[in-house]
Design a binder for this molecule. Structure first.
Ligand code: SF4
Length: 383
């Protein structure tokens, strides 16, 4: 039977179902859960917090390639707080969702400035820090300080709504709050670390969005979705993401020594604060830039880069510059500035060995490392 909202109050009062479910999950986590991830086996809030932020919207296998390297560059919260933002973004480059990196940096500065360099243990204090939402605050509080508080991120919502048959529309804030109340009511009296890790492990390894492995699940005999064979119907969410498309023409201004011109993006919007090729509106404008520089542009094959909300179609145009080129003139042209107007100093020439010190979005790194073939010549025919 689906769960009625008033069951929450009953559970909060008795905790009877909670103890059964939580005991099963804790036992399963101890025997079958994940125990060897590099951010486990520690109560250091800096390491746990870093892993939690990296794991938001990113697979464990991807995070494994970044986590230790990030810690080598920034071994503690003080080192991270003192680092320039560019250095932080450079270590984050390729992980995506760059607002996480900027918030990570601001959070480290807040921990140093407001909390004397020690992460607070209270979930409400943790939640007051940049980039730490309620679920992340609960995870840090549980893993590092043994606090009895509930996580309820996207994976946990899926698991709980399936096992309990919670079929309210999670696009509604009120339904989200009710599910969170249920998550709180389910908490065990002790072993909060194993329980919290068990929820994460179950959502990541068995109760996956597609084809959950119910036969190996510790909650298979209780699960409403399994009993109804309606796993795909949970969680219920009425609002579906509308994907958009955006076309970007990148000007790849390359000099004979391998240097490329990169401009720092604004602090808001996609790839905020990262270093990127200059953009222009369309191929006609790229052609005009080429003509202004006396260079024949080479249109490379466009490629797609998928973001959460939209598909980016990236069209690189390569311009091989002669040594005496006036790049400021190019920028003036791109920005529609007059010959005497100053150009904002947001662009610089970057040699290949200097790229690592700049944060570059993943598709640009891939492009510079292995450029695509030129597009068919007629793409750049006059007209
Ligand atoms: S039985 Fe299946 S659907 Fe239910 S919680 Fe377990 S894995 Fe998820």
């Amino acid at each position: 039977m689906p769960v009625a909202p008033d069951r929450v109050a009953v559970w909060s009062a008795t905790e009877a179902p909670a103890s059964g479910l939580s005991a099963q999950l804790i036992a399963w986590q101890r025997q079958h859960g994940r125990h060897a991830l590099p951010w486990q086996g520690t109560r250091d809030p800096y390491r746990v917090w870093l892993s939690e932020i990296m794991l938001q919207q990113t697979q464990v296998t991807t995070v494994l390639g970044y986590y230790e390297r990030f810690l080598q560059h920034f071994p503690d919260v003080a080192a991270l707080a003192a680092a320039p933002q560019d250095a932080v973004l450079a270590q984050w480059a390729g992980l995506g969702y760059y607002s996480r990196a900027r918030n990570l940096h601001r959070c480290a500065q807040d921990v140093v400035g407001r909390f004397g360099g020690a992460f607070p243990s209270d979930p409400a204090d943790l939640e007051s820090l940049p980039g730490i939402g309620r679920s992340t605050a609960a995870a840090i509080a549980a893993f590092c300080f043994g606090r009895r508080t509930a996580i309820c991120d996207g994976n946990v919502r899926r698991v709980l709504s399936r096992v309990l048959g919670f079929d309210e529309d999670l696009a509604q804030a009120a339904a989200q709050r009710r599910l969170w109340d249920i998550a709180e009511a389910l908490l065990p009296a002790q072993d909060i670390e194993a329980y919290t890790q068990g929820l994460m492990d179950l959502g990541a390894t068995l109760c996956t969005p597609r084809r959950p492995d119910c036969e190996r699940c510790p909650w298979r005999d209780t699960c409403v979705a399994r009993a109804q064979q309606r796993q795909a119907d949970y969680p219920r969410r009425s609002r579906r993401l509308q994907r958009g498309r955006r076309d970007i023409v990148w000007l790849w201004l390359q000099e004979a020594d391998g240097a490329v011109w990169l401009c720092q993006r604004p602090q808001t919007g996609i790839w905020a604060g990262l270093w990127c090729l200059p953009e222009c509106d369309d191929l006609a404008q790229a052609r005009a830039v080429g003509a202004a520089l006396g260079v024949r542009p080479q249109v490379l094959a466009p490629f797609k880069h998928v973001l959460t909300h939209q598909d980016l179609w990236l069209q690189p145009v390569l311009l091989r510059l002669s040594p005496d080129v006036d790049v400021q003139a190019v920028e003036r042209h791109l920005r529609g500035l007059g010959p005497q107007e100053p150009v904002p100093a947001a662009c610089r020439r970057v040699l290949p060995h200097q790229r690592a010190a700049h944060g570059l979005p993943a598709p640009l790194q891939r492009l510079l490392e292995s450029p695509p073939q030129p597009a068919p010549a007629d793409l750049f025919s006059p007209g």
